[in-house]
Structure formats: C-alpha cells, structure tokens
Design a protein around this ligand. Structure first.
Ligand SMILES: *[C@@H]1O[C@H](CO)[C@@H](O)[C@H](O)[C@H]1NC(C)=O
Ligand SMILES: *[C@@H]1O[C@H](CO)[C@@H](O)[C@H](O)[C@H]1NC(C)=O
Ligand SMILES: *[C@@H]1O[C@H](CO)[C@@H](O)[C@H](O)[C@H]1NC(C)=O
Ligand SMILES: *[C@@H]1O[C@H](CO)[C@@H](O)[C@H](O)[C@H]1NC(C)=O
Ligand SMILES: *[C@@H]1O[C@H](CO)[C@@H](O)[C@H](O)[C@H]1NC(C)=O
Ligand SMILES: *[C@@H]1O[C@H](CO)[C@@H](O)[C@H](O)[C@H]1NC(C)=O
Ligand SMILES: *[C@@H]1O[C@H](CO)[C@@H](O)[C@H](O)[C@H]1NC(C)=O
Ligand SMILES: *[C@@H]1O[C@H](CO)[C@@H](O)[C@H](O)[C@H]1NC(C)=O
Length: 564
C-alpha cells in the first residue's frame, strides 16, 4: 500500500505486499469476531441428489432477445442513484430540511452513483448518442466494487476497538454510547457483498447500454483485470452481470495481469498499465507529499471534533485526530460492508465536508493534476488506448512506461477491433489516467489549499474514483459532421466522447479538441488521437518515476507533470 499519510492510514489503495501474505482463509483478518462460511465439515456441493440443470432438464422455452442499445433508443440516459440495500446515514444535528448526503462525502470510499451529466461543465451533456451518430466501439476503465479496509487501515480500526474494550474503566456516553457494545466485524482487502452487486450492476448496465455492439464481435472479447482477489472478483461479477451467470465463463477471455506495487526496480515482477507502480519515486519524499498535504488538513478540520467527542469517554482512550479519522472511515466501511454504521451520526455536515476534502488533497497531490508523476502513472493505459483506437501495435520504442511488452505485443492477449473493451483497476489509477488524458477542466480552479475548502473547487476524489467508478470512451460514427469520415463506410468511426461516472468530460484541455465547437463533448477522433500522441510525447515516465528531483513547489504543477 502507498501509505502516503502515517497519521491517517485509512484510505489509499492496493496493499499488495500485505495482501500477498494474507491467505484467503484469513479473510476476516483484523475482525474481532470470526464467521467462516461454509462451516467446517459442511460437505461439498457435489452431491448426486442435487443434479445440475442440464441433468434435470425441463428448462422451458429459452428464447433469447435482441441486444439492447438504450443510449440510442431512449430520449434520456439511465441514471444510477440506488445504493440499495445500504441505509442512508444522517449526520449529527441534521436540519430536517437538509438534503446533505454523507455517502457522497466519503471521498474515494463513496459508493458510485451517476453524476449529473453536466457536472464537468459540458452544456448539452448527456451520454445519449446524438441523433446524427451511431456507436461503433466503447472503452471502459472501471474501479473495483466496495471493499473492506486495506490491511493497514484494518489494524488501526482494530486498535480503536482494542483500546475501547480492553480498558477496565472504559465507558462511553452520549453519542458514543454505542461503543460500549460495538464489535469490529470488518475483514480486509476483499469485496463486500454490496461491492459484488455494484460490479454485477455495472456489467448488467453496460450490456443494456452497449450490448448491441456485441453483434460486431468476431471473436470472444478479452477483458482485463489484476491479480488481487478483489480485482478478479470484481471482474467475474462484472462478467456475470454482462453475460449472465449461466454463460459468462464461455463468453469471453479474462486476462489477469500480475499486480506488483513494490516500486523497487530490483524486485519488480509485473509491469501492468492497470497497476502502473513500477515507479520508485513513489517510495521517496516526493511520493509522500500528497499524503502530507492531506494530513495538514486532517489535523486542522478534526481539531474541534477531538474536544467535542473526548467529553463522552471515561477511561483512558484518548481520541486523537487519527482515531477520529478512523471513526469517520469506519462509517464509510461499515456502511458498504454491513449496510449501516453508528459512526456516521457522530459527525456534522461540516466534519463530513472536511473528511471528503482530505481525499481531494491526497488525490490531487498524489495521483491528480498536482502530482509530478501522476501523468506518468496513467500514460501507459493511454498508450494502449491509442494502440487500440488506431489498431497499431506498440513496439520497443514505446516500452519506456508501465507497458508490459509481453501483453501488448501479443494479439491474443491484446486484440484489436473489439467492439467493447473492459479494463478493471484501482482508484489511484483511474485518477492517474484521468490526469494523463489531460482532462484539465477538473483542474479548472487550480491547486487545492491545505487550510480551507475552496469555494469554487473543481476536483473531487468522490467524483473521480468512488467504489465502482467508471470511465467510458464512446467511439461514434457521425458521418454528417466535420471532419467527415475519410473512409467510404458510413459506419467508420469519426468522433469520441468521454464519460466519467456518467458525466460528460470536456476535452478542451487536449490539443486538437480545444477548438471543438460541439457543445456535447464530442471530439473528432483523429484530433483526439493526435492530441494523445502529443500528450504521450510530453509525459516523461523515466524522469517522473526514476528522476532525481526533490519535492516540488506544489502550486506549479497543474497537469500531473514536473514543471517544465
Ligand atoms: C443543445 O442541443 C440542442 C439539441 O441538439 C440544441 O438545439 C441546442 O442549441 C443546444 N444548446 C446549446 C447551448 O448549444
Ligand atoms: C507481463 O505480464 C505478465 C502477465 O501479467 C507477467 O507474467 C510478466 O511478469 C510481466 N512482465 C513484466 C516484465 O512485468
Ligand atoms: C487547534 O486548536 C487550538 C485552539 O483551540 C489551536 O491553538 C491549534 O493551533 C489548533 N491546531 C490546528 C492544527 O489547527
Ligand atoms: C491506559 O492504557 C495504557 C495502554 O493500553 C495502559 O498501559 C495504562 O495502564 C492505562 N492507564 C490507566 C490509568 O488505565
Ligand atoms: C510509439 O512509439 C513511436 C515511435 O517513437 C511513436 O511515434 C508513437 O507515437 C508511440 N505510440 C504510442 C501509442 O505510444
Ligand atoms: C517494464 O517497464 C520498464 C520501465 O518502463 C521497462 O524498462 C521494461 O522494458 C518493461 N518490461 C516489459 C516486459 O515491458
Ligand atoms: C475561484 O475561481 C476564480 C475564477 O474561476 C478565480 O479567480 C479564483 O482565484 C478562484 N479561487 C477562489 C478562492 O475564489
Ligand atoms: C495538457 O495540459 C497542459 C496544461 O494545460 C498543457 O500545457 C498541455 O499542452 C496539454 N497537452 C496536450 C497534449 O494537449
């Protein structure tokens, strides 16, 4: 795990080294209670008294329907707003009229919900395919579903619990009273049941939106994921939602790329653009900078909270900023794991805004526009995108990033002309790819201060990388628009548009799309590709990741590169 903050260890993704030492059987690590299912000695599922459906027969009529294409047939786009069966928590002292929503103030621990389409400023924003266009291809990069805390985070919460329960004279009163009987039930690293449903729903939703493209497939599609348990689990649930549980295993190929974020060139074993952590600078002071910025803010916004809550503790548990931050995080984790958390109601709206902003700072300075290496982390996936869009094989000249030559040079592992591409990754990587794509409108109002929440903030981790985050590139054929298709085929791709969590992303930061007059987020495909090629050329992975540079002045960095 990239523990960028020592004090506040609850957030950042991919505890790969720790995860490797945790076995599947101990997936309840850290919890103070154990619940192993199926129970030991329960037998196996192989039992002739329970034959499978092919043996039983009598399936009834099985008539398949045509593929759906809801973005082409409906006047408005579907909007995901459900967090069923989670119970919406209320903040402390919520005014009866308040519409404040804690679950959109949990930074990257928020569960995905569609953003209003114009969130990022595109006037006529919608994911609906314009009347004069048809879909030709779609590219999806998504985060895994809701998970338990990572190993390190889990230990802190367990410590909160141990402190509270081992203490002879411990007694909590007032709003903290529930702590007297609270038990810690969370596992670590893997998906929660709700997280599984998020991935199933993402896959199912993708089929309803883009299923028609499958008619163009000539081979089984290859979808990619990473080796970590929650990544594989996420991708299988996506596939189950997309293809159905009866047929997903025979409907596509799942490529599982090895995930290794050790960051050390000597021990590094797995280049992957979905886990682009072959970048030693992450282990230096430069890599800790984002976490430190967040920490400055953390100490500030929790200062008063500490005094407010300490009053309710008898015994020697001292609530410091770290413990209180852990309690806010327990609200997030318990909610997505257990459906509800008593910790949520301990904090006011303002404290939840403070919590959310902590993530914004960490992401901005670690994986977003304010980081000197974030564009480098994301650029490998962007190279793959260009390779896919242009159907041009990457070669040795390109292997200076996180690309894995053995994958991208192999047409079986990395095929072209798929109508649907699906890649699964982590929150930090979604953020880095967004930076590498130069979606600069997200950085519109500049660097984030560490002493207050700015009024006109444009960069929110919750909007970029919630649990189940999805970044979608819609490739379109719009023959009546300029520039017209160079090919005679009416179905040739001419334009592209990007949706981040269902909101249209302006492409104005990318040279070639800047003068795009369309108000619907479309950019001519050839301009987009040329812009990305320029971007690839201007992002120096070798310098960003292996260079010898110190902690930069933060406010000079606005597009994920060290100031030129
Ligand atoms: C939005 O789209 C509609 C229909 O395509 C069009 O009539 C309208 O002019 C557009 N609005 C703006 C502000 O461009
Ligand atoms: C490339 O990816 C494959 C599959 O994940 C992995 O086995 C191999 O170690 C990777 N190669 C490098 C150099 O990272
Ligand atoms: C916390 O509040 C006290 C006053 O109550 C103040 O002196 C101190 O500087 C504050 N600390 C931070 C980090 O804001
Ligand atoms: C408070 O907790 C610490 C650490 O658990 C322990 O060593 C100490 O004896 C406790 N103090 C009291 C007064 O209970
Ligand atoms: C691959 O390398 C070639 C040669 O340097 C360059 O022209 C091309 O833009 C690169 N492509 C990508 C997608 O990185
Ligand atoms: C892995 O990445 C490093 C750093 O960019 C590169 O030197 C190496 O060639 C890559 N290995 C493969 C197999 O792509
Ligand atoms: C807010 O945005 C405006 C213009 O978009 C900018 O001038 C200003 O510096 C920003 N920051 C604050 C704190 O107002
Ligand atoms: C990316 O954005 C930065 C900052 O606005 C800009 O300097 C750079 O030219 C952009 N790159 C491309 C390829 O458009």
């Amino acid at each position: 795990m990239r523990v960028s903050s020592i004090l506040f260890v609850f957030i950042v993704e991919t505890s790969v080294k720790a995860a490797k030492t945790a076995t599947r059987a101990s997936s309840f690590a850290g919890s103070t209670t154990a619940a192993i299912f199926p129970p030991v000695g329960a037998g196996t599922t192989a039992n002739s008294l329970f034959p499978d459906p092919t043996v039983v027969g009598y399936a009834g009529p099985t008539i398949t329907g045509d593929e759906a294409a809801v973005l082409q047939t409906a006047p408005a786009a579907p909007f995901v707003d459900s967090i069923v069966p989670l119970v919406e928590p209320q903040p402390l002292e919520a005014a009866p009229t308040s519409s404040f929503d804690i679950l959109t103030h949990l930074g990257s621990l928020s569960p995905f919900r569609s953003l209003p389409p114009a969130t990022f400023g595109v006037i006529n924003a919608s994911s609906v395919v314009p009347d004069d266009c048809t879909l030709t291809q779609v590219h999806l990069l998504h985060r895994h579903g809701a998970r338990y805390p990572t190993i390190g985070a889990n230990e802190v919460a367990a410590a909160v619990h141990a402190a509270a329960t081992s203490e002879e004279g411990f007694e909590a009163t007032g709003p903290l009273k529930f702590l007297n009987t609270w038990t810690y039930k969370l596992g670590a690293e893997i998906l929660t049941p709700f997280g599984r449903s998020q991935m199933f729903n993402l896959g199912m939703g993708f089929r309803v939106k883009y299923g028609e493209l499958l008619k163009e497939a000539t081979e089984l599609p290859v979808f990619r994921t990473l080796s970590e348990e929650r990544m594989v689990d996420s991708s299988l649930h996506f596939a189950a939602g997309f293809f159905g549980v009866q047929s997903y295993s025979t409907s596509y190929h799942q490529l599982i790329e090895i995930e290794d974020d050790s960051g050390s060139p000597d021990s590094f074993i797995g280049n992957s653009t979905l886990s682009p952590f072959n970048c030693p600078i992450l282990d230096s002071d430069v890599g800790s900078f984002g976490g430190q910025q967040a920490e400055i803010w953390g100490l500030k916004y929790l200062n008063a909270t500490q005094k407010r809550l300490q009053k309710f503790i008898k015994g020697n548990l001292t609530l410091d900023a770290s413990t209180i931050f852990a309690m806010q995080s327990l609200c997030a984790y318990e909610t997505v794991a257990l459906g509800y958390s008593s910790f949520c109601g301990l904090f006011t709206e303002e404290e939840w805004r403070g919590y959310n902003y902590f993530f914004d700072l960490d992401f901005w300075y670690s994986y977003g526009p304010g980081s000197p290496y974030s564009a480098a982390l994301g650029i490998g996936w962007v190279q793959e995108l260009v390779s896919r869009l242009t159907e041009t094989r990457l070669g040795p000249a390109n292997f200076t990033t996180s690309l894995n030559a053995s994958i991208v040079t192999n047409p079986t592992l990395f095929p072209f002309a798929q109508p649907i591409y699906v890649d699964a990754t982590h929150d930090t990587v979604v953020a880095a790819v967004v930076t590498a794509l130069n979606f600069t409108s997200l950085a519109g109002n500049g660097p984030l201060p560490t002493d207050h929440i700015p009024k006109n903030q444009t960069y929110f981790a919750q909007q970029i990388s919630p649990f189940g985050a999805n970044l979608v590139g819609q490739v379109l054929s719009c023959p009546s628009r300029s520039p017209a298709s160079s090919s005679s085929s009416a179905s040739a791709s001419t334009h592209i548009r990007w949706l981040l969590n269902d909101a249209v992303v302006p492409l104005t930061g990318l040279s070639g799309c800047a003068s795009n007059e369309a108000d619907d987020g479309l950019c001519p495909l050839m301009n987009f590709v040329a812009g990305l090629e320029q971007r690839i050329a201007e992002v120096d992975f070798g310098f960003a990741c292996f260079g010898n540079y110190g902690v930069p002045t933060p406010d000079n960095i606005i597009d994920g590169r060290y100031p030129q």
